[in-house]
Design a protein around this ligand. Structure first.
Ligand code: LMR
Length: 324
């Protein structure tokens, strides 16, 4: 009798903390709106996961930095406060210096070239470059080329002097603007509306869909289509969470993410056009650069590559260049 009681006690201690009948909860935190390419991607992921894994998986989406800003998301994943996030590629330098390759000015000649790099062996290895920190990259998602907005017209690199830029927390962007004599302040996306409203910044860079959703054109009248880098994302999770999933669920989620990625990228291209058009209809000045003007920017910013080559790795940069 006493042996039986002991066995029952041991068995109760071995029962997993989570009731096996409960669906696995995936909390997906991000910083943009539900309508953005990333927001739509997260919602699509939820719909497909809950349809195809009905009763097994439940997905909760937290857009607009409701739960965490991008700088907090990686730690939140590691502590198990969320299970998925999709910060921009510029926000991973603390975890992987190689990821800074995506920030180098004028590296990729087109979205197709960016995709070739991401899908190639080096791009795929970057998805695993944060494994040692416990993070796991699952997919790349697009937004679009970065456009500069400012309170005055900018055509030449010399014209950004003394402007105060909001940038993403990227050492490459910091260096880029410092070289041109501008002040660059890194701040979370959620602070950008107030920074514009309060007049703390006089310029910023972002993709058209974010410019539209934050109504940047209410504060800045001039938009320079520089396209010096692409705003894109890495969908991430924690190694512990992902590897702890039952294999068949993990496989299905990976297949769903693949499907969603294609849709997000198509939507991102479509939103880059529609958002640009909407902003233009607000009567702002959109500056398209000539080849010679673009060349002047490329020359002014080429030392940035040299400065970061050691951290990123020459082989990573040359793989990226080879994708053009
Ligand atoms: C930003 O911080 O400007 C962007 O990374 C926001 C986003 O997720 O698109």
């Amino acid at each position: 009798m006493r042996i039986l009681t002991l066995a029952a006690l041991l068995a109760s201690l071995l029962v997993p903390a989570v009731d096996a009948a409960e669906p696995i909860l995936i909390r997906f935190s991000h910083v943009t709106s539900d309508k953005s390419p990333k927001g739509q991607g997260a919602l699509m992921f939820k719909r497909l996961a809950e349809e195809r894994l009905a009763g097994k998986v439940r997905v909760e989406i937290y857009p607009r930095s409701q739960k965490f800003d991008d700088d907090q998301a990686p730690l939140a994943l590691l502590f198990g406060d969320i299970e998925m996030a999709a910060p921009s590629l510029s926000k991973f330098r603390t975890f992987s210096k190689q990821m800074q390759v995506f920030d180098l000015p004028f590296l990729f000649s087109s979205t197709a070239a960016l995709h070739r790099f991401q899908q190639g062996s080096v791009g795929q290895s970057l998805l695993d470059s944060m494994n040692s920190s416990g993070l796991k990259g699952l997919a790349y998602w697009d937004n679009g080329p970065r456009v500069i907005s400012a309170r005055r017209a900018i055509r030449q690199p010399t014209e950004v002097k003394r402007l105060v830029f909001r940038i993403e927390p990227s050492s490459v962007f910091q260096d880029q603007y410092a070289r041109l004599g501008a002040v660059a302040i890194a701040m979370p996306f959620s602070r950008l509306p107030d920074a514009m409203k309060e007049g703390l910044i006089s310029a910023q860079e972002n993709a058209w869909s974010n410019i539209r959703s934050l109504q940047v054109h209410k504060f800045h009248n001039h938009f320079t289509e520089l396209g010096h880098s692409y705003l894109g994302y890495m969908v991430i999770t924690s190694e512990t969470f992902w590897n702890g999933l039952p294999a068949e669920i993990r496989t299905q989620l990976e297949a769903i993410l693949k499907e969603v990625t294609e849709k997000v990228n198509a939507l991102a291209a479509e939103q880059a056009r529609s958002a640009r058009q909407e902003v233009q209809q607000a009567g702002v000045n959109i500056i398209e650069l000539s080849e010679a003007e673009r060349q002047a920017w490329q020359e002014a910013l080429s030392p940035v590559w040299k400065r970061f080559e050691g951290e990123i790795g020459a082989e990573v940069i040359s793989a990226a260049r080879a994708s053009n």
